[in-house]
Write a protein that binds this ligand. Structure first.
Ligand SMILES: [Zn+2]
Ligand SMILES: [Zn+2]
Length: 142
């Protein structure tokens, strides 16, 4: 017997986390999926509004707090506004110290660094989200 494929997509994820599938939640989640980026509340509001799916900022804030609480999304606190990303494939983060832009960096690229940290300090970094690398993004280092 074949196993059913792991459910993906906003509807399935909300169901898996026993969250009610309200239109604002589906819109915010779909946006995070589509953009494949880490977005601030302001960016979420702007992009939803641009695509004709506007959600009130307070609702966006509460929605992202809910997603973070159940582990569906995660918050990255850098300089400037907190950015939110989907918790999916294991990844660490790069943060621009100037504009606050947050990018995901697949954990598989950092396994050697994680092993080195463990060897040097005895601390084993978590496989996802443990490493924050600060610097200047391409737009800010020009
Ligand atoms: Zn992330
Ligand atoms: Zn930057």
């Amino acid at each position: 017997m074949q196993e059913a494929p792991a459910p993906t997509g906003p509807h399935a994820l909300l169901r898996n986390h026993e969250l009610r599938r309200t239109p604002p939640r589906l819109r915010v989640l779909a946006l995070l999926f589509e953009s494949e980026r880490h977005l601030s509340i302001t960016e979420v509001c702007e992009q939803l509004s641009t695509s004709g799916r506007a959600v009130h900022p307070t609702t966006v804030y509460r929605t992202l707090e809910t997603f973070t609480a159940v582990g569906l999304a995660h918050a990255v606190h850098g300089p400037g506004a907190t950015r939110y990303g989907i918790t999916g494939d294991p990844h660490h983060h790069t943060v621009c110290q100037r504009c606050g832009r947050v990018e995901g960096l697949a954990s598989e690229h950092l396994t050697e660094a994680a092993a080195r940290i463990a060897a040097l300090t005895g601390l084993r970094p978590d496989s996802s989200g443990a490493l924050l690398v600060y610097g200047r993004c391409p737009g800010c280092s020009a």
